[in-house]
Design a protein around this ligand. Structure first.
Ligand SMILES: Nc1ncnc2c1ncn2[C@@H]1O[C@H](COP(=O)(O)OP(=O)(O)OP(=O)(O)O)[C@@H](O)[C@H]1O
Ligand SMILES: [Mg+2]
Length: 253
């Protein structure tokens, strides 16, 4: 049965999409069956896998709102299977308000896919509204990328209290998969201090693998490839491969 992992942090630009694309591709390379659900109207995960976010149809919006068949929407790429997003998804939060089981729309879409995958990743938008709430209701666990920058911890208490409310009322099984430190720069004291502070805040929940700031990671999406296909010897590729090994180890039955 697939483990569904929502990649969340309502703060923008912390490395959610970069982690989603590259961790998923690294896990597939290690032999796992992986689906990535792009749940952000920006659709950067979709294009990060080389799937055209403008023409991909049906996409996650059509599946969520119009009842399109999810099997027709999934695009198999050599790096992972992708459920593409589209800017139309931006309207979904409002449209879902009037629908049945509005918090569980995504869960109802993903549950039937459970026996085809080992991991289903959901890349969330930078907010805590109804799209993210749907991701939290569909997820077994959350993975939280934290950028090694000033104010790294800002907003995380809001995220955790949202998760607590979801656990109490909508999805009792949700738990923490892990916290990933991103854009780490070992030459600065700041990165070091932030890493220490995050570890104090989340004892035992921060991955040993730290993702360095690496220009290859920021270049790869413009080529429509995960970093290991773009430059397999880069530090970014090595780091996400190590993170994938850690995730696999943690999930060994
Ligand atoms: N380790 C890294 N090294 C260098 N650049 C990075 C790294 N991680 C992410 N970036 C770059 O930082 C920017 C933000 O990253 P990303 O899109 O993954 O964040 P996000 O949390 O998904 O953002 P949003 O909240 O807008 O969805 C991107 O331009 C990305 O290429
Ligand atoms: Mg993103």
């Amino acid at each position: 049965m697939a483990k569904t992992i929502a990649i969340v942090n309502q703060k923008g630009g912390v490395g959610k999409t970069t982690t989603c694309v590259n961790l998923a591709a690294a896990l597939k390379k290690l032999g796992a069956r992986v689906l990535v659900c792009d749940f952000d109207p920006q659709a950067n995960t979709t294009s990060g896998f080389g799937v055209d976010k403008v023409t991909a149809s049906p996409n996650v919006y059509d599946v969520l709102i119009n009842g399109a068949d999810v099997n027709r929407a999934i695009v198999s790429t050599e790096y992972a299977d992708v459920l593409p997003s589209n800017k139309a998804l931006a309207g979904a939060s409002i449209e879902m308000i009037g629908l049945d089981r509005r918090e569980y729309r995504l869960r109802d879409v993903l549950t039937p896919l459970g026996d085809r995958y080992d991991y289903i990743f959901v890349d969330c938008p930078p907010s805590l509204e109804l799209l993210t709430l749907n991701a939290l209701c569909a997820a077994d666990t959350i993975m939280v990328p934290v950028q090694c920058e000033y104010y790294a911890l800002e907003g995380l208490s809001d995220l955790l209290s949202t998760v607590r409310i979801v656990k109490r009322s909508l999805n009792p099984r949700i738990s923490m998969e892990g916290v990933v430190l991103t854009m780490y720069d070992g030459r600065t004291n700041l990165s070091l201090q932030v890493a220490e502070e995050v570890k104090r805040h989340f004892p035992g929940q921060v991955y040993a693998t730290v993702i360095p700031r690496n220009v290859r990671l920021s270049e790869a999406p413009s080529h429509g490839k995960p970093v290991m296909a773009y430059d397999s010897f880069s530090r970014g590729a090595e780091a996400y491969t190590a993170l994938a090994q850690e995730v696999m180890e943690q999930n060994r039955p």
